[in-house]
Design a protein around this ligand. Sequence first.
Ligand code: GUN
Ligand code: ZN
Length: 450
Amino acid sequence: MKLFRGRIFTPTGDPFDSPEAFLHLEDGMIAVEGGKITAIGEADQFRDLEAEKFNLDRRYLMVPGFVDLHLHAPQLDMIGSYGGHLLEWLERYTFPHEAKFSDPAHASRLARRFFDEMYRHGTLTALIFSTIHSEATDILFSEAERRRFRAILGKTMMDRNAPAALLEDPEESYAESRRLAEKWSRGHSRIGYAITPRFAPTSTPRLLELAGRLREEFPEAWVHTHISESLAEIAWVSTLFPDARGYLDVYDRYGLIGAKTVLAHAVHLTDAQMDVLAEREARIAHCPTSNLFLGSGLFPMAPMLERGIRVGLGTDIGAGTTLSMFTVMADAYKVQQVRGHVLSPLHLWYLATLGGARALGLEQVTGSLQKGKDADFLILDLEATPLLAARSSAAVTTEELLAALIFLGDDRTIAECRVEGDRLWVRENRPAGSPFALQPASADSQEVSP
Ligand code: GUN
Ligand code: ZN
């Protein structure tokens, strides 16, 4: 058993339903055995336990790892490709960039750098787009598993309205997706498969039909796609699918909308479409940083939450301009401010952690620091910058402390990442290594080492 002692913050439920659904301990303890949290509470209660003891100074805070509910790994190196709205941005920058992933050596280099960046930013769970390339996708899966990153991903499926290098025969797209799903959708503890038709405009009806077949064949897999991100996209979909009753129906008629479906964006849905989403229990990845960058629109969060639709947050790089969930929380706050809906820091932190885990149906294993879940947590450095130090030390309430982190935090704030209690990443320029001071089991556990 390992005992981790120090300041702790974690959501424990949905603050949109119950504002008190969090735990904030000034001198807390997390007990970990076999990679799982076996207990969490005031440090006092654990005084007599024999275990390996790790102590944290007060400048640090233990929190659950972030959940990024939507991003494109292959777009890491095209962040900040400016100037166009969605459809022009895809054609001008994104498609040519993704075509490079036909080269496995390129894909391998990217995969290594991508998971470095995820850990550097404190994200321990993510729902990830790859490209159409099977080998590049397989490489991404292998790298995630090697790094013990919790990844749900899949081969992107595309068969029209893109450069030839990114188009496939729908039958082949199905066969390759199926091969990868057989390999990765079962028997890998932190890995899941997502059936990934890119979006309606790059899909023929036949491709969506075959995606629907995969849905039936792999009930444990997720479905991951985009919906109603921009008005021009929606208008185009209505000409490409003239028989459909709107964008959502394009997916729904092929059986692709259900409780294991995560739809990115959903900025411009009608009330009737939101009703259908709620009925089908589909999930939404809200990507405010991306929506602002591409000028897509302002996500209507309140009508989603009123219907009980599960929402999480995504960076959506490369249209998103950062991998930091701090910035995404800050942007979610600002977007809802403009819409007249005030989100508290507790709401935002929930959306970036437990809310994302609930959107993935993974709330039994991750998203918060609670008994029975995997011990996947971060150590935040509240003194990572002079301004953050000043702001966080002046914070009186939990909300004030979280707000300081949301609006001033970035990758420098992530001092260490722990996966199943094991140190997987520590900020490289920390002269003393891990912020944890290891305390001999015989020493007095009352004392928190500096
Ligand atoms: N819609 C279809 N593909 C994409 C993509 O790569 N990024 C974003 N933001 N929207 C999309
Ligand atoms: Zn996207």
